[in-house]
Unconditional design. Sequence first.
Length: 272
Amino acid sequence: MCTRGGKDLLTGRQPPQDLHTSSAPSPTSAPIVSRVSSAGSTTRRVLVVDDEPTIAASVAARLRAEGFIVDVAHDGPGALDRVAADPPDLIVLDVMLPGLDGLEVCRRIHAERPIPIIMLTARDEETDKLVGLAVGADDYLTKPFSIRELAARVHALFRRIDRIADAAAAPAARIVLGDLEIDPAQRRVRRGGTPAHLTPTEFDLLTELAAHPRQVLAREALLARVWGWSVATSGTRTVDSHVKALRRKLGADLIRTVHGVGYALEAGGEPA
């Protein structure tokens, strides 16, 4: 929904008029997909999926101004059709969608191909964020959100993609800490001989922590090194959620919390 309690979900401010007007496109049973592009944009393509036309249009307009080609879908089936017809480089995906919700859309997309996804959610519960990360989302924003911050996160995620490509061209040495094995070349992780299936962001976060075993890394430092954010806004909670996801997949004993500071990776147990 675009409003909650009369407030705009994008800005959190009282809108000058009701955004749900007769001029807004009415939903249909068929998938809704539209192309938004601009001259001189880069080859990077972003798919924006939101059932609220005003939010989708605002996000698309900002990303178009940032130089991206932007496709827009307004429901789950339309998003899957768009991805199948012309796979984007990144997806901005709302959780609450008609037809199929954003979590199921994310799950189906990642079953076919790895595409970076930033999820938008109207709820701030940690469980909802962890579920989103578990199905493959790389990042999330809670409504109301800043369009400027969303654009910054899109750019940061693309920078991370570029770093991954550079690392693949010149892979780092395999990291072994006790029973924890990290293979940067193949981006694979095993603990106790058991493979762990991590999202790209989870892998990057684990690798950064493993590069400094037992050293406490501040949340702000992790945001800068892993996410590419120069200023910590609401992002420290993003670090917390990804750490919880890593603990769930690799064991609660692997990452130590230093309250008020950040996290440290403890050496794993005996090698398998």
